[in-house]
Design a protein around this ligand. Structure first.
Ligand SMILES: [Zn+2]
Length: 385
């Protein structure tokens, strides 16, 4: 029997099946360390939260009880959800988590620690965690999330059970948006394609005119770069677009999270909160504030994803791949680019976008990274002067 907490996870039937079996057999013991790997957008953290909720719930993850709702709202006292805004997780942060791992639980059977971006640890920091994984505290379960197995030290990998996720297909994403969120199927398909199958991004594109404007602005600016000065201006414009997008996402997400937390405690908006739960709300607000930097980086990442969609289209035209374009509405522009260059040149641009992504992650100043990238996007129409 599997509970409702798994329902909204998409395109991961194999992973879910394995985890459901673990939950069903939890009384004969649960492995103490897990590694969830998958690309950005595959839903790693959501799967980790569902697994935690199912383990803690008396009904294997019903989705309705207070325990389930607190876990899904990242407010359960025995489930710690750690994600970082920084390029690296500090050794002190990991020490703090390890200290928490040995505390006894307050309302449920397991103490669960979810560590997002576990690839962002130096070797020294990893070793603090390794010690804990070698001599696990009773009843404690770690769930580490990372892009791939090779992002972690072999010594850590050897202690963990690996669950590998894949990026869902366009039609799976569209179906989910249609069934779960009641979005028109055709709208959902376009959004899924434009978001290159990132569920959260697809949902925003399908439901928010701000998000759609953000995307069309990004594409228009990228396609309009035709000399050095427009490249410099485009870089600045991209930064503005990302900032605005990040603010909008923060606003939407902050409200949703607060509503989820209120619902988990059984309150409605405007109710006076008893002192016993106020600290949970304070913690939520603090987390939301700390998240700002990360949201800007995510905003920049969405811009890079949109640019990628342009150059993947150009490449697909150049190679005569015959696949459906991500941006059919810009076909003329895309064909012009395809005809004026070679596939090698397009691959170089795509590599430039990947390296921009890495440089942003390693804290090179945002504007510098964008300027360097925009210079690579300068397009002079053949025959024009
Ligand atoms: Zn439950």
């Amino acid at each position: 029997m599997s509970g409702k907490v798994w329902d909204e996870l998409l395109g991961q039937p194999e992973a879910i099946e394995q985890l459901v079996r673990v939950v069903e057999n939890r009384d004969s013991g649960v492995h103490h360390a897990w590694l969830f790997t998958g690309p950005h957008g595959s839903g790693r953290s959501n799967l980790a939260l569902s697994f935690a909720a199912a383990l803690e719930c008396a009904n294997h993850g019903c989705g309705d009880c207070q325990s389930c709702r607190l876990v899904m709202a990242t407010a359960h006292p025995d489930v710690t959800f750690f994600s970082t805004d920084r390029v690296q997780i500090s050794i002190d942060e990991v020490r703090e988590l390890v200290a928490k791992a040995s505390l006894s639980t307050s309302m449920s059977k397991y103490r669960i620690l979810i560590l997002e971006d576990a690839d962002r640890m130096t070797e020294r920091t990893s070793n603090v965690l390794l010690k804990e994984l070698e001599e696990p505290s009773e009843g404690t379960i770690w769930i580490l999330c990372a892009p791939s197995v090779s992002d972690l030290l072999p010594t850590i990998r050897s202690r963990t059970r690996n669950i590998n996720l894949r990026l869902p297909s366009t039609s799976e994403v569209a179906q989910l948006l249609h069934q779960r969120d009641g979005i028109d199927l055709e709208v959902a398909k376009v959004a899924a394609r434009q978001a290159q199958n990132h569920v959260g991004m697809a949902k925003r594109l399908a439901t928010s005119s701000e998000a759609r404007n953000r995307r069309s602005d990004t594409i228009a600016v990228a396609l309009g770069i035709n000399n050095l000065s427009s490249a410099m201006m485009a870089a600045e414009r991209f930064l503005q677009i990302a900032k605005k997008d990040a603010e909008q996402v923060a606003l939407e997400r902050d409200e949703q999270e607060k509503a989820a937390l209120l619902a988990a405690f059984g309150f409605s908006e405007g109710d006076k909160l008893p002192p016993s739960v106020r600290s949970s709300f304070r913690e939520l607000e603090e987390n939301q504030k700390r998240r700002q930097t990360r949201l800007l980086r995510d905003g920049l990442d969405r811009i890079l994803t949109d640019m990628e969609s342009i150059y993947r289209d150009v490449l697909s035209i150049q190679l005569g791949a015959g696949t459906e374009l991500y941006n059919p509405e810009h076909q003329t522009e895309l064909v012009a680019r395809a005809e004026s260059g070679t596939a090698e040149m397009t691959i170089a641009v795509l590599d430039g976008i990947s390296s921009a992504r890495e440089r942003l992650a390693s804290n090179v100043r945002d504007l510098l990274v964008l300027e360097a990238l925009c210079v690579k996007l300068i397009f002079r129409r053949t025959g024009a002067n």
